[in-house]
Every structure is written in C-alpha cells, then in structure tokens.
Design a protein around this ligand. Structure first.
Ligand code: SF4
Ligand code: FES
Length: 254
C-alpha cells in the first residue's frame, strides 16, 4: 500500500508583481511519499481548483532535472534540503508526516516575483545573450572531432556545461551574485578550443551585463556551490576571474 503523509504548507502568495504578498497556510493531507514536490503542489492545486480558489502559480517544464525551469525556496533552501536535486526531482519521502513546509519564490532583487512562486529569470538569458555562446564556424561533426582535447580539460568543460540556468545560486547568495552561473558558461567555453577565439570578448561582455543587471559580486560564501542542483564547483568562479583578468591585461576588447 502506498505510504502517505500529511503536511502543513505555508506558501507565498502574491497576485501581481507589484502586489503585496504574504504567506497562506494550507493543509495537504494524504500525500503519497512517491510523489515529487511538484506533484504534491499539483494535488494541492487540484483541491484548490475544486474549491473554486486560485491555484498556486509555480514554474516547471521537463520535471526531469534538465531544463532549469523549476525552483522555489523550501524551508530556507533553494530546491529544498536534498543535495544535487532540483525541486522537480525532490521526492516527498524526504519529508516527515506532520511536518510544516515553508515555500517561497527565489528572493533576489534581480529576479522580481511575477506571481506566487514564479519569478522573472530573464536576466540570466540576457547574460547568456551577451556572450555565452560561440559564433565561430566549427565545421561538421567529423571536422570538430579531429580537434584533440585533453581528457581532463574535456571533463571539466562538460561538468561546467551541466549548468541548467535555474538561478538557485543567485537565490542562495547573500550578494545575489550570478558568478557561479557565469563561471560555468565562461569556463565551459574557455576550456574548449572552439571557445578560445571569443574568450576575451565573452567574459568582458558577460561580466558587464551581470553588473548592469544588478547582480552582486562573489565574496566566497560558497552558498551557491552548496545549493546548486548540478554541483557546479566554485572553481568555475576562479576560472571566470582568471579569464576576466587575462582579458583585461592582454586583450584589445573593451
Ligand atoms: S550554477 Fe547551478 S544553481 Fe546556478 S544556475 Fe547553474 S545549475 Fe542552477
Ligand atoms: S522542471 Fe525542468 S529542471 Fe525541474
């Protein structure tokens, strides 16, 4: 028989971006421990809808931990308390019967609340648009595969490339810094031969965009690394700083 638990949920409700929000309390009875956190919210929403009440708005898409769309602060932890897990992959078996769960949106000036648990994460898209890509021609797959990449360098680049752009690092940082997110993109591309021709322009442009959008700087709190569902290492921030200094010293890019 499926094990179920009962929960008390304190959820941030906010009708509009400029409306005053507040916590509302809901009883969530008979929640299967096999459900994901988002499936639990689906059940709560179904019950609210049947009662003629406004369902809770929350972001989601793949529900497989790969798209970066989901994310809320659960009992003070972005994506909840289970390491290396997105909210959509967090299962209710990690909670206790009778537990109270506080659910809030990402708290960052750079991510304004749109509604309830949904925030505007388009600033991360703008940072990527500033340089998180390559525009050099690499040719077809066979040509690209003839470029040798040392295995350790390749592994570091692929680890950095697992960033899903969820924004938990920003939500976890006391400075609302996006440097783990940018570091992942900059080092992923700077480590590969195809990313090197545009490395200086990329890092200068992405850091400038980050500053203009109001994100803070890194002060080595390491909260970002602790809360990142993809375990992106802060060594990528060191790589970002190295690339930034190198671009400032040796490049003619501005
Ligand atoms: S670095 Fe981690 S926490 Fe930050 S956006 Fe990427 S996956 Fe999310
Ligand atoms: S819904 Fe895609 S990562 Fe959670």
């Amino acid at each position: 028989m499926t094990q179920t638990i009962g929960l008390t949920l304190k959820i941030w409700r906010q009708k509009l971006p400029d409306a005053k929000g507040s916590f509302e309390t809901y009883d969530a009875a008979d929640i299967s421990v096999d459900m994901s956190f988002l499936e639990m919210l689906d059940v709560v929403n179904e019950r609210l809808t049947l009662d003629g009440r406004d369902p809770i708005a929350f972001d989601h898409d793949c529900r497989e931990g790969i798209c970066g769309a989901c994310g809320s602060v659960v009992n003070g932890r972005p994506h909840g308390h289970v390491a290396a897990t997105t909210l959509c992959q967090l299962h209710m078996r990690h909670f206790k019967d009778g537990q109270t769960i506080v659910i809030e949106p990402w708290r960052s000036k750079a991510f304004p609340v749109i509604k309830d648990l949904v925030v505007d994460r388009s600033p991360l898209d703008k940072i990527i648009q500033a340089g998180g890509y390559i525009s050099v021609t690499t040719g077809g797959a066979q040509e690209a595969n003839t470029i040798p990449v040392p295995i350790e360098q390749n592994k570091k680049a692929m680890d950095a490339a697992t960033c899903i752009g969820c924004g938990a690092c920003v939500a976890a940082c006391p400075n609302s810094s996006a440097m783990l997110f940018i570091g992942a993109s900059v080092s992923h591309l700077a480590l590969l031969p195809q990313g090197k021709p545009e490395a200086a322009r990329r890092v200068l442009s992405m850091v400038r965009q980050m500053d203009e959008l109001g994100f803070g700087n890194c002060s080595n709190e390491t909260e970002c690394q602790a809360e990142c569902p993809k375990e992106i290492s802060i060594t990528n921030i060191a790589c970002l700083n190295r690339e930034f200094i190198r671009a400032g010293l040796f490049s003619t890019e501005e």
